[in-house]
Design a protein around this ligand. Structure first.
Ligand code: AMP
Length: 418
């Protein structure tokens, strides 16, 4: 019997896996530079955290959660998203008593039982950032700018920002009622009719052409914002423009989670086909109270690592291998192998990326491995060289070979990469 990765999952293997690491690093770097501290929460939580936090009527909760009973009889769910856990942790540890906002970032695996296709997996990776306990348009704008800078740091040029406001407790009810009235007059199937009563905003997000074609005249949330929400949104937009971040107003952007209020945004990439969202987020002022915490107006985002790698591929950015070797060492003979082993350890301790040929391969196979490693130099040492006290250093880009004294190998190579 042989096994394969479960449906909807895949393995990150080298060299592509290097890009997953590079993406996690680049997407989180701007947040780390902006004072966001690292948080790590469990991969599973009490199921009720998500049913309350994400929303009973969402696709995530009704169809996509990996839920099971543990041996203690508790209902446990593999996390389908990161925000609810972060808010739970902050409430649990009492951080709202300290200086606000609490700014946190995270990176990890998430699980949704989705219809698997390219860009949509059952196990995927996100980098997230959340600012909790702050109601300030500058905080919403800060997070958006950090994400924009994260994508730019990877060289991505075709990520577009869609921006909307979903209103607040004050103005959303009237909009909801107006939308419900409009939707009830349409020709929709029974599950969609039920959705109108539970969460009408989500009908706007229905991708089916026969639904979309009926929504052209649907009332827009932006026409129903209260004065405070309007002013808040204008301020966010102004701050984004001030720092040169361009965006498209998208009054139909509602996103798939119930907890959003006011600012909502999504980053899309046009080279990805149907699964075009590379990241998204927004303000969630009511989430803390929904899961039993104090009022904690907050804003955050989650950026998809898998789709960001696909976006880089679509822009032709995966050509250069990240994290290549500096030196590949080739020992020829038993004595030489021991000396090379020590030289390799010393070079690594000096901060260079170094690999060597293992398994006593012949010179041909070893040089092939050196070429394939992408290393800049091959360090070749035979038993005869040992007697002469000199190693061969071959520049693999020019094929030029020079003899260097073994005692000076580490210093010479260090000098070449300083
Ligand atoms: P969401 O929490 O659904 O807004 O997800 C935020 C980001 O995570 C999305 O924009 C995607 O880039 C990524 N993402 C969400 N679900 C999946 C999935 N099933 N497979 C791959 N990436 C996903």
């Amino acid at each position: 019997m042989s096994f394969q990765a479960p449906k909807g999952t895949f393995d990150w293997m080298p060299p592509r896996s290097e890009w997953a690491l590079a993406v996690r690093d680049a997407l989180s770097a701007p947040a780390r530079r902006a004072g966001y501290g690292y948080i790590e929460t469990p991969a599973f939580e009490d199921t009720r955290l998500f049913s309350r936090g994400v929303g009973e009527s969402t696709d995530i909760v009704t169809k996509e959660m990996y839920t099971f009973e543990d041996k203690g009889g508790r209902s446990i769910t593999l996390r389908p998203e990161g925000t609810a856990s972060v808010v739970r942790a902050v409430i649990e540890h009492g951080l709202p008593g300290g200086p606000l906002p609490v700014k946190l970032w995270y990176s990890g695996s998430y699980y949704r039982y989705e219809r698997a296709q390219k860009g949509r997996y059952r196990h995927f990776s996100q980098v997230g950032a959340e600012a909790l306990g702050g109601e300030d348009p500058a905080l919403d704008a800060e997070l958006i700018v950090l994400a924009v800078d994260g994508y730019a740091g990877l060289g991505l040029r075709n990520v577009r920002l869609l921006l909307n406001s979903l209103g607040c407790r004050e103005c959303r009810p009237a909009y909801r009622a107006a939308l419900q009235e409009f939707l009830r007059g349409l020709d929709l199937d029974e599950p969609t009719r039920q959705r109108i009563e539970i969460n009408p905003l989500r009908v706007l997000d229905d991708k089916r052409p026969d639904v979309q074609s009926q929504l052209a005249d649907a009332p827009l949330v932006t026409d129903h914002l209260c004065g405070a929400c309007k002013a808040y949104h204008e301020e966010v937009r102004g701050l984004l423009s001030d720092v040169g971040v361009s965006y498209t107003d998208d009054p139909r952007l509602v996103r798939g989670l119930d907890y959003y209020t006011r600012t909502t945004f999504e980053f899309v990439h046009d080279g990805l086909g149907a699964q075009s969202a590379v990241g998204g987020g927004g303000r969630y002022d009511g989430l803390s109270e929904m899961i039993g915490g104090p009022p904690l107006p907050s804003v955050g985002w989650a950026l998809g690592v898998d789709r960001t790698v696909l976006a880089m591929e679509a822009e032709g950015l995966l050509t250069e291998r990240p994290g290549t070797m500096d030196v590949f060492a080739v020992p020829l003979g038993e004595e030489a192998r021991r000396r090379v082993f020590t030289l390799v350890a010393e070079l690594r301790r000096a901060g260079l990326s170094v690999d060597m040929a293992f398994g006593g391969r012949g010179v041909k196979g070893a040089m092939k491995a050196a070429d394939r490693s992408g290393a800049r130099y091959a360090l070749i040492l035979g038993d005869r060289d040992l007697e002469a006290g000199a190693a061969q250093l071959k520049d693999l880009t020019t094929a030029e070979q020079t003899a260097v004294p073994i005692a000076e190998v580490v210093d010479i190579l260090k000098g070449k990469f300083s």
